[in-house]
Design a binder for this molecule. Structure first.
Ligand code: SF4
Length: 404
């Protein structure tokens, strides 16, 4: 593990010269056991882009329903209608969660769920409008590409993707999360995520969102039945899609890559070992190195854990996310588990790592970042700096941190 890997030398040269890495370079990095050199290279890029700054935001995850028409093998989140544990929140309940989040000082709601077979399209637009009216300042980041395609199919008059996104945007949608991408490979998809949209559709949704000036994120769920080549292919497809958004001057962009480690427990793939801590560090670092046109690499601490997130700040990560609350207020209001947050839906948390509600207070998170030698900066969803006084907050500068 500690032996320097000479195969990394030409890659190091490219990284220091600011050159783009090839797919072969990416594969060499993923195969290498020289974790320290990989970390150093990723850290070089991270420091160049963000210095010692580490971003976090105060947010709430709301999973409006766990009822899903699909049965993905890796998923322990979904239930069938009528099954024990199945639930669907009414719009009123969701608004209650949003109001509690606002009292807790949240700047963002992250809303995702299963692919509900019976809820009408109006449920989703009503939900957005009602939240917007009740808590106008909160940014609504909602519905993965998988859900967007589902929404295009469910109405009596099937809608085009851009129509669905426009209607949701008009109702209050602010941006798209990055879930549901899994691994961009048809073999892997057909084996582990049968019925779920493939890479071309996932990318179509994000392209349409970018055209409509919506910012989006991207994920990769790794460490199950995919190959290392598949992971690199995934990175290259995302990089190409971002190039397209930049070249065509779309108003939206991918902001952040969020690599998500697969947790086998409770899924149909329980026999698999899942990725190790070193695999996770390597993937975060290689994300930073391959995605040279993405501004941010995020550690989703609910799956990576806080101690590992602390280490990952030296391996290319500049952003920390998960449910983060302004702690005192939420304690006062007893909002310990407003929505079964952290359960998953399309967040990636469905894979077992986030099976129970988890949250961290701002003070604890800031301490975690400072202890690692970095400077915590609160941001909103689109990476504008936030100034906070308890649960009160305001954006203090423009959208300067979302671009490479
Ligand atoms: S991963 Fe998403 S689409 Fe697949 S079963 Fe779970 S909730 Fe449904």
């Amino acid at each position: 593990m500690t032996m320097p890997d000479t195969a990394l030398k030409p890659i190091a040269k490219k990284v220091h010269a600011g050159q783009r890495l090839s797919a072969e370079d990416g594969l060499t990095l993923l195969r290498s056991r020289d974790i320290w050199t990989i970390g150093e290279l990723a850290n070089h890029v991270r420091q160049k882009l963000h210095g010692k700054t580490t971003y976090y935001n105060v947010n709430r995850h709301i999973n409006y329903s766990n009822i899903c028409a699909l049965s993905c093998k890796f998923c322990e989140f979904y239930r069938k209608k009528g099954q024990d544990g199945a639930y669907e929140d009414s719009v009123e309940q969701i608004v209650e969660h949003a109001q509690k989040a606002a009292l807790g000082g949240a700047t963002e709601l992250h809303i995702v769920g299963g692919l509900h077979p019976f809820l009408p399209f109006s449920y989703y637009t009503d939900m957005l409008r009602a939240i917007r009216e009740a808590v106008p300042a909160i940014h609504i980041k909602a519905f993965t590409a998988v859900e967007i395609v589902h929404l295009a199919r469910i109405s009596k008059r099937p809608r085009k993707l851009d129509e669905v996104l426009s209607e949701l945007k008009d109702a209050g949608l602010g941006s798209l999360p990055g879930g549901g991408a899994e691994v961009f490979d048809d073999r892997v998809h057909d084996e582990a995520f049968k019925g779920k949209i493939r890479s071309d559709k996932w990318l179509d949704v994000h392209r349409e969102a970018h055209k409509l000036d919506l910012m989006t994120n991207a994920t990769m769920l790794y460490g199950h039945i995919e190959s290392l080549e598949d992971r690199i292919h995934h990175f290259c497809m995302l990089r190409d899609a971002q190039d397209e958004a930049i070249e065509n001057n779309y108003g939206g962009r991918f902001q952040t890559i969020i690599p998500l480690p697969f947790f086998p427990d409770g899924s149909e793939l329980e026999h698999l070992p899942g990725p190790s801590g070193l695999d996770n560090l390597r993937m975060l670092a290689v994300s930073r190195l391959m995605l040279d046109n993405f501004a941010h690499v995020k550690s989703f601490w609910i799956m990576q854990t806080l101690p590992m997130t602390q280490v990952s700040l030296d391996f290319g990560v500049d952003d920390v996310d998960g449910t983060v609350v302004w702690y005192d207020i939420t304690k006062l209001n007893g909002t310990s588990d407003p929505a079964g947050d952290g359960a998953g839906g399309e967040t990636g948390g469905e894979t077992g790592g986030g099976g129970t509600h988890q949250e961290v207070g701002v003070n604890e998170l800031r301490k975690t970042i400072i202890e690692a030698g970095y400077d915590p900066v609160e941001r909103d969803t689109i990476y504008r700096r936030v100034e906070r006084n308890g649960a009160d907050w305001r954006v203090v500068d423009g959208n300067v941190m979302a671009e490479v």
